[in-house]
Design a protein around this ligand. Structure first.
Ligand code: FES
Length: 102
């Protein structure tokens, strides 16, 4: 499918995130100090929407039971989740922030 527009250039400030729905997939797009990262929006523990949690630096905290993930790698950092998130490549063009979907 290739790169798909996910946000306007000035839409997310550092420390902010949002849920993006692209062809049926829900993805959380995070701005970490001006760099963008994208991962599955669903917590692998019980499916909480991670975009409704908290972003603290590179750590994304689940809103339900407090699992955390490194948004730069998708790695799970703390229980009760034990599976990593799938991450998606992100690029910034002159016009938008785009996520690559296979
Ligand atoms: S649903 Fe995320 S920690 Fe339980």
């Amino acid at each position: 499918m290739g790169y798909v527009k996910a946000a306007e250039l000035d839409e997310l400030s550092p420390g902010q995130m949002k849920m993006v729905s692209i062809s049926g997939k829900e993805i959380v797009l995070c701005n970490v100090d001006g760099k963008y990262y994208a991962a599955d929006n669903f917590c692998p523990h019980m499916g909480a929407p991670l975009s409704e949690g908290e972003l603290d630096g590179t750590d994304l905290w689940c809103p339900f039971h407090g699992a955390s993930f490194d948004v730069t790698t998708g790695d799970v950092l703390s229980p009760p989740a034990y599976e990593n998130l799938t991450c998606f490549p992100v690029r910034v063009t002159d016009e938008a922030v785009e996520i690559e979907i296979q």
